[in-house]
Design a protein around this ligand. Structure first.
Ligand SMILES: *[C@@H]1O[C@H](CO)[C@@H](O)[C@H](O)[C@H]1NC(C)=O
Ligand SMILES: *[C@@H]1O[C@H](CO)[C@@H](O)[C@H](O)[C@H]1NC(C)=O
Ligand SMILES: *[C@@H]1O[C@H](CO)[C@@H](O)[C@H](O)[C@H]1NC(C)=O
Ligand SMILES: *[C@@H]1O[C@H](CO)[C@@H](O)[C@H](O)[C@H]1NC(C)=O
Ligand SMILES: *[C@@H]1O[C@H](CO)[C@@H](O)[C@H](O)[C@H]1NC(C)=O
Length: 509
């Protein structure tokens, strides 16, 4: 911009010097130096020289000015932030992400939160922390919903069980739908570790291997929370996860998904996924650079929780049994993995490799600037700032990051966005979109987080009736405890007391 301005100013200046009115100046100079010294071309050359010097100075001032702004020095405004050219596309701002469980989807949601936050887009936020999961999504679960497309929502990405007609009431017609899948065996490991105490089918098994050997022995389809134990992807897409497998049925589900979702990412190829996503939605590189959020600690730490970590080891035979048990998910995974690689064929393998390398370099650069110890994940209880401390649940430890100290404000704000956990980020966006409703609520929420981090909680389905969300009609300590949610938004209850009641009430669903 300033280059164009300078060029214009320079041209006008020269032009005016050499045109007739400024000829006066030329004559004046001639007069001052007394008499006819040298030929006319020499004078013209002198004036030209002056003009260039003047323009140069002007340019210098502007350059210096832009150097003074602190924003220009932040790593987030370096040219690397944009990444390789996207062509002439316009960034998509109507986005629906189906956040499947245990698939690295929290990291994707963080990107959507960041992008929407930076561009002041409106989110279709849940009343609590998830959009009615595990019940099929209903538009009225969206905070501020006022009837079909009465309000323009830009981004929807919290946990839900997909239900297209209801989603279409909320999101505009030109919405870009995408989601992410993961190998069902890896997904089962993660799900078992995370929902061991929550899903009755898992609770009864000593280890995942034992479960895999004879899933039917442990599994009762009527028990609530057992959807975590069978075809969880298929369930999240809104399909019947207890149906008997047939290719015909699987293909119907696949077609339904293909009709709606323009891109299905694969969490085993996360970086390639981010490049395809970035080109599909026309977003800058920085928008898809992330630090892994909500990762579970692999080895036990010996600290705090007395329980043993669940036994996840599997024989090859047991892996195969898990694929059969999760036949719909295995079918989906193979189908969309194939499509994914076909997309990369179209994109070009060398081009993909180049962009993935840039993405990884950028991630390292940002980690070096933003994170303490270059981004080594730390246990939650070591993170002093509760605004960036991840939520803990069940038997596994969820890791987080510490922020580098001494950052300038612009950089710090961008860094915090990248590591702010899901729950806290939802609260931040909520208070941005509904400023009037906050205040007292914010106070309650920070108390709630501290309570939650201190204790062990189990998961409970969304309330049938009664229990209102935080900041709803309920006030006081009771709501504070009963309203506590897991990182993915499901209700959490204290282990020692309320669990009994939860079981009595909701054995069957
Ligand atoms: C873990 O599970 C595997 C497979 O079921 C079993 O062979 C192994 O003995 C178990 N390990 C422990 C420490 O229980
Ligand atoms: C699956 O098949 C079995 C026997 O083939 C049948 O008893 C059962 O009802 C079927 N389940 C469903 C959900 O259709
Ligand atoms: C996914 O696709 C890649 C590339 O074609 C292939 O190597 C891999 O085996 C596939 N995985 C599955 C589970 O089909
Ligand atoms: C940076 O933020 C702090 C507090 O958040 C504020 O006191 C300070 O004035 C800010 N500095 C600049 C240069 O904006
Ligand atoms: C449940 O545990 C908390 C702390 O872990 C304790 O303060 C509370 O008294 C316990 N409640 C019951 C009924 O045991």
């Amino acid at each position: 911009m300033y280059r164009i301005l300078c060029f214009l100013a320079f041209t006008v200046f020269i032009h005016s010097l050499l045109s007739s009115p400024s000829f006066l100046l030329y004559r004046m100079l001639r007069w001052l130096v007394c008499g006819r010294l040298g030929p006319v071309w020499m004078w013209k050359a002198l004036l030209l020289f002056l003009a260039i010097a003047f323009a140069g100075q002007l340019l210098g001032i502007i350059f210096n000015k832009s150097n003074v702004q602190p924003a220009a020095r932040s790593i987030f405004s370096s040219p690397d932030a944009q990444g390789p050219s996207l062509g002439s596309c316009q960034p998509h701002t109507h986005i629906m992400f189906l956040k499947t469980h245990k698939t690295a989807s929290s990291t994707v949601l963080n990107m959507l939160y960041r992008f929407g936050d930076e561009h002041n887009l409106r989110f279709a936020l849940p009343l609590g922390y998830q959009l009615g999961y595990p019940l099929p999504f209903n538009a009225h679960r969206v905070k501020g919903y006022r009837g079909p497309r009465a309000i323009e929502f830009h981004i929807m990405g919290n946990h839900m069980r997909f239900n297209k007609p209801e989603v279409e009431k909320v999101m505009p017609t030109d919405t870009f739908y995408f989601s992410i899948v993961r190998d069902p065996v890896a997904l089962a490991e993660s799900s078992f570790a995370y929902y061991k105490e929550v899903a009755p089918a898992f609770r009864k098994a000593k280890g995942l291997g034992e479960f895999a050997d004879d899933p039917k022995h442990f599994y009762d389809p009527r028990l609530r929370n057992n959807h975590y134990a069978r075809n969880l992807l298929w369930f999240d897409f809104g399909l019947d996860h207890n149906a008997n497998f047939s290719f015909a049925l699987a293909r119907i589900g696949e077609d339904m998904i293909r009709r709606t979702f323009k891109l299905i990412l694969v969490s085993e190829y996360f970086d390639q996924s981010m490049i395809l996503l970035r080109h599909a939605v026309c977003w800058p590189l920085d928008a898809v650079v992330s630090f892994s959020l909500n990762a579970r600690q692999q080895k036990p730490s010996g600290h705090a929780q007395a329980k043993m970590p669940p036994n996840l080891s599997l024989t090859e035979e047991q892996r195969e049994k898990l694929r059969q048990w999760n036949a719909f998910d295995w079918y989906l995974y193979k189908a969309f993995n194939k499509t994914f690689w076909e997309e990369i064929d179209k994109f070009g393998h060398t081009r993909m490799e180049k962009e993935v390398n840039l993405l990884r370099m950028r991630r390292e650069d940002l980690a070096r600037v933003c994170l303490r110890d270059g981004g080594k994940p730390v246990e939650a209880h070591r993170i002093r700032d509760k605004n960036i401390r991840p939520f803990q649940s069940g038997l596994v430890k969820i890791l987080g990051y510490e922020l580098q100290s001494g950052l300038d404000n612009v950089t710090r704000i961008s860094c915090v966005r990248m590591i702010r956990p899901e729950i806290q980020y939802k609260d931040v966006l909520d208070s941005k979109q509904f400023p009037q409703a906050h205040g007292l609520q914010a106070q309650q929420q920070s108390q709630r987080l501290m309570v939650a981090v201190g204790g062990t909680f189990l998961k409970q389905d969304p309330p049938r009736k009664g229990i209102k969300e935080m900041g709803g009609d309920g006030v006081g300590g009771k709501t504070l405890e009963e309203g506590i949610k897991d990182w993915d938004g499901s209700h959490l209850i204290r282990t020692n007391q309320t669990l009994v009641r939860g079981n009595e009430k909701g054995r069957l669903r």
